[in-house]
Design a protein around this ligand. Structure first.
Ligand code: SAM
Length: 273
């Protein structure tokens, strides 16, 4: 059932706008007010809050909700090595474990937006393969948004998107163009297969996956849709395969029989045997 949001005359949106500027760090004048209201109202529905005043109270001193609203306002926003501890954990803990028992590793970046996430995984794959020549990685990357996918295939980025990478990684994996942008080198492109795919279709892009990253995608999904997604991913994973979700996302308790946490903090789960 949809939550009704009451627009009382005294329920002023301006304090929310000020909060978006000061605490979330988004220049609200860059967006139409209607657009901002729609996004804020979507978060209000998710939280079952009915007035801007109550939402503001919820937002104050609540970093996870601030992050969720930020994601909602900047729907395609992503960057290389977004949330560094997650990708550090994947590189340090998950990939070595997979490497010990597999020769071909298959990974799906579901909701890949403009490609920074699958190319980040490709960087990890490439750096792992240097020491393990017989290892093969395939990275499937999908999104519902054709425009985002086109940019992903182009693989050309502003410097800001690369700020979590080391200088050595930038030099190794990108070519700096004359317009100051950075283009991913062919060796990274070679790992990634892009396709358009709707995560609500109930069907995965492929199967026998060793890891599925579905991060910062489900902000507009209902609880039911989130559950359906987690249910759809499980059979596509190999035994012991990993499911990685966003820092502000969560798996409902019903899924404890399907997935066990490997790194609770970084929201990395493993399919149970
Ligand atoms: C904020 S981006 C996340 C990008 C990346 N996963 C990350 O964490 O940086 C969210 C992406 O989810 C995609 N998305 C939203 N609903 C989707 C759906 N039903 N199926 C596939 N992709 C979807 C959007 O198009 C958007 O590109």
């Amino acid at each position: 059932m949809r939550t009704v949001i009451h627009m009382e005359p005294e329920d002023d949106f301006r304090p929310v706008l000020r909060m978006i500027e000061s605490d979330i760090g988004i220049q609200s004048s860059n967006y139409k007010e209607d657009y901002l209201k729609r996004r804020v109202q979507s978060r209000m529905r998710m939280n079952e809050v009915h007035t801007y005043r109550d939402y503001l109270l919820l937002l104050r001193g609540n970093p996870p909700e601030q992050e969720a609203l930020k994601n909602g306002l900047t729907i395609n926003v992503t960057k290389f090595w977004r949330d560094p501890p997650v990708f550090d954990a994947i590189r340090r803990d998950i990939i070595p474990e997979l490497r010990r028992r597999k020769k071909a590793i298959r990974i799906w970046s579901a909701g890949c937006a403009t490609g920074e996430e699958p190319y980040t995984v490709a960087i990890i794959a490439h750096e792992t393969s240097i020491m393990n020549k017989d290892l093969k990685f395939t990275i499937f990357a999908s999104d519902i948004d054709e425009e985002a996918l086109m940019k992903a295939k182009e693989g050309v980025y502003h410097k800001k998107a690369l700020e979590n990478l080391s200088n050595a990684q930038v030099r190794r994996h990108f070519t700096e163009r004359t317009d100051g942008k950075f283009e991913v080198k062919p060796h990274l492109r070679g790992y990634v297969r892009f396709s358009r795919h709707d995560l609500m279709s109930g069907i995965p892009v492929t199967s026998h996956l060793d890891m599925v990253l579905c991060r910062n995608v489900t902000i507009y999904f209902t609880e039911h849709q989130k559950d359906e997604l987690a249910r759809m991913v499980a059979p596509a994973l190999t035994a012991g395969g990993h499911y990685v979700i966003g820092k502000t996302e969560y798996l409902s308790r019903d899924f404890e029989r399907l997935y066990e946490p490997v790194n609770q903090m970084q929201k990395i789960y493993r399919k149970r045997a």
